[in-house]
Design a protein around this ligand. Sequence first.
Ligand code: UGA
Length: 409
Amino acid sequence: MICIDKDATKIDKLLSGEVPIFEPGLDVLLAKNTAAGRLRFTTDLADGVQGADAVFIAVGTPTRRGDGHADLSYVFAAAEELAGLLAQYTVVVTKSTVPVGTNRRIAETIAAAAPQAAFDVASNPEFLREGAAIEDFMRPDRVIVGCESERAQAVLREIYRPLNIRETPVVFTDLESAEMIKYAANAFLATKITFINEIADLCEKTGANVQSVAKGIGLDGRIGGKFLHPGPGYGGSCFPKDTLALVQTAEQHASPMKIVQTVVDVNNARPGQMTHKIIETAGGSVAGKRVAILGVTFKPNTDDMRESPSLVIVPELRDAGAEIVLCDPQGRREGEPQLGPAEWVDEPYAAARGADVLVLLTEWNEFRGLNLQRLFQQMSGAVFVDLRNVYVPEDVREAGFTYASIGRP
Ligand code: UGA
């Protein structure tokens, strides 16, 4: 396996055994496979592509500024560049999340740039989660491959053969269906989260408990219990971008996706509502108060700050006059330049010291088993807002706190 990137800094880091992002377990895997000679890194595309049976395009497809479409410029640049280097039959596999129709355009791009090249394209969308990437890769629920030639199918089947032992379904489809499966899956999961967030809001108004409701509906096999944790809204590099892009594709084809559009709108409003909740729990104002926030990344076990609710909540609290203290096991490097003036501390009890309000924003393991009495003693105030429902309300109140969580009485 040869990994190629234009970013020499990234490749240099990997060559020296350093993982450029935080992903649990990746450093061990990198060391093991590099040492065994199974993994190489280079900035030289020609060298990397030479002799490959399959080339995976795994570049970014961020939201294009202004219109919500996926920016495909990196995908096509990669396709064009590698076209001239295809010396023998190669399967060009798209891992990047790309809108329906893109793989066919990739095939046209390569054919136009290198009319002699022997190749097929395949769409092989990624379903792994940040923070759980290795587990998801090793034990996927399914593998989706869109490709329309038997020869390409055989190559992909061979690549995923190690998963046979677990009887992982490898589903072969046409190109468009594979592309659509990726967007439909992410939009469905984003919808599920947004649905439970709205149910949680209604629970708060009616006296129901969203934890019981999520469990009660999740046990119905048609619904399933996963992705029913209410919170401050979904973030990250995928759901926000992919829901927007799906809405754009739908508009382009005059086939409106009202549900997904509503999910996008509801989720966009959510972090602001969380700010409001924090201020309300603090007695209607945070002006002049010290607010400590536990967790700034969009989810635990990653250093990724993209579309994190903290990017909205922290500046809003500061604008409301709060003095901000931040604590995150991995988020500081990415978060500090984006979150504005704040005091950063290394551990949760230091964050609580002298704080009037404590907010649990990202459910890192480091924040899940805190000694509530000790926290309470450290603080000046007694307000605890738990936006991930990590703690048992009675326990927190018993420790002396005024406590608010999501969708629980
Ligand atoms: C997501 C999908 O889960 C992956 O299957 C997919 O491969 C990936 O996007 C992608 O398209 O690349 P990821 O964004 O890494 O993965 O993380 P998730 O675990 O899905 O969490 C996304 C957001 O939803 C986070 O902000 C998380 O806090 C939130 N969430 C998740 C909830 O609020 N409640 C839940 O029950 C689950």
